[in-house]
Ligand binder design. Structure first.
Ligand code: G1P
Length: 293
C-alpha cells in the first residue's frame, strides 16, 4: 500500500508574523525567494505524496493559487525567453494535486485535521505542519511512511530531541523502546507540558502518519490545551487502544514559526548555498566593523 495523501493545515492566523501576515498568509513568507510552504510541500512530494489537502481559512486563497498553473505568466516568460524563471514557475504549478477544505472556525489543530475526514476516506495519510522545515537526504515524512509500512500501516509520530526550555512549545511523546533506539512504542502524548511534568524530551515538529482510526478519536476528544481540540489528545487516546509508534527521524529541522527563528533559518539556508554564502562572506568584514559584531 502507498501513502498518497497528505494534510497540511494552513488555517492559522499567523499573528507572530504581523504586520506582514495581515493580508498575506504567513505560509507564503519566503526564505530566499521560496515560500515556506513550498519547502513543506516539497518534502511531501519527495516522500511520494500525490495529493495535498490544505485546510484553509478566509484569506488563504493565495496558497492554493500558488500551487496552480499561471499560464499567462508562463506564456509571458516564454515569449521573453526567460527559461529559468519559466521552469521555476511551471514546476511549482505542476508539482502536486491540491484540494482545499475550509475550516470555518479555528477550533484547534485536532478540529483542522478532522475537516479532512471525507476527502481522506479510509486510506492512511500523512500530516505535515508548516512551522518547521526539515531538510535531509531522506525526507522526514518518507522515513515515517517507511516505518508505518513495515508495521502494519500503524500511526507514526515523527520526533526530535528538544531542550528543557522547548518542551512547553510542543507535543511531547513518552514511550518504550521498540525495534531500535530511534523507535518507541508510544505510551502517552502530552500537548505542551511544563518541563517538570514529563521526563521526555522528544517533541514532534508536526510530522505524522495516521491510519483512518485517528478520525474516531478526533471526534470524541474534549477541548484541551488552550481551550482547543488538540491533535495530541487524539493521538494519546489512540496510543491507549492501538499500536502508535514514534520515530526520531534523521534530518535538520528549522523552526520558522517566529520572526526570530525565521531570521536564523534564512541565514542558515543562505550559508548552505554557494551563491548566497559568497555574498555574506564578502559583507562580513564591513558588517563586523560597522555593527561591532
Ligand atoms: C502544534 C501541535 C504540537 C506540535 C507543534 C509543532 O502546536 O499542537 O503538538 O508539537 O504544532 O509545530 P502549535 O505550534 O500549532 O501551537
Amino acid at each position: 500500500m502507498k501513502i498518497k495523501k497528505a494534510v497540511i493545515p494552513v488555517a492559522g492566523k499567523g499573528t507572530r508574523f504581523l504586520p506582514a501576515s495581515k493580508n498575506t498568509p504567513k505560509e507564503m513568507m519566503p526564505i530566499l525567494g521560496v515560500p515556506m510552504i513550498q519547502y513543506v510541500v516539497e518534502e511531501a512530494v519527495r516522500s511520494g505524496i500525490e495529493e495535498i489537502i490544505f485546510i484553509t481559512s478566509y484569506g488563504k486563497e493565495t496558497i492554493i493559487d500558488y500551487f496552480d498553473r499561471n499560464l499567462e505568466l508562463e506564456n509571458y516568460l516564454r515569449e521573453k525567453n526567460k527559461d529559468g524563471d519559466l521552469k521555476l514557475v511551471s514546476n511549482v504549478g505542476s508539482m502536486v494535486e491540491v484540494v482545499a477544505i475550509r475550516q470555518k472556525e479555528q477550533l484547534g489543530l485536532g478540529h483542522a485535521i478532522l475537516c479532512a475526514k471525507t476527502v481522506i476516506g479510509s486510506e492512511p495519510f500523512a500530516v505535515l505542519l508548516g512551522d518547521d522545515i526539515v531538510l535531509g537526504d531522506i525526507p522526514a515524512t518518507q522515513q515515517l511512511i517507511d516505518l508505518s509500512l513495515k508495521n502494519n500501516m500503524c500511526s507514526v509520530v515523527g520526533v526530535m530531541n528538544v531542550s528543557d526550555k522547548e518542551v512547553s512549545s510542543y507535543g511531547i511523546v513518552e514511550g518504550v523502546q521498540y525495534l531500535n533506539e530511534r523507535t518507541l512504542k508510544m505510551t502517552k502524548m502530552i500537548e505542551k507540558p511544563k518541563s517538570y511534568e514529563t521526563a521526555s524530551r522528544l517533541a514532534t515538529p508536526g510530522r505524522y502518519i495516521f491510519s483512518k482510526e485517528i478520525f474516531d478519536y478526533l471526534e470524541i476528544i474534549p477541548k484541551g490545551s488552550g481551550g482547543e481540540y488538540q491533535l495530541t489528545d487524539a493521538i494519546n487516546l489512540m496510543a491507549k487502544n492501538q499500536n502508535v509508534l514514534s520515530y526520531l527521524f534523521e534530518g535538520e529541522r528549522y523552526d520558522t514559526g517566529t520572526i526570530e527563528n525565521h531570521l536564523v533559518a534564512t541565514i542558515e539556508f543562505a550559508l548552505k548555498n554557494e551563491h548566497y554564502k559568497k555574498i555574506i562572506q564578502e559583507k562580513i568584514p564591513y558588517w563586523s566593523k560597522k555593527y561591532e559584531i
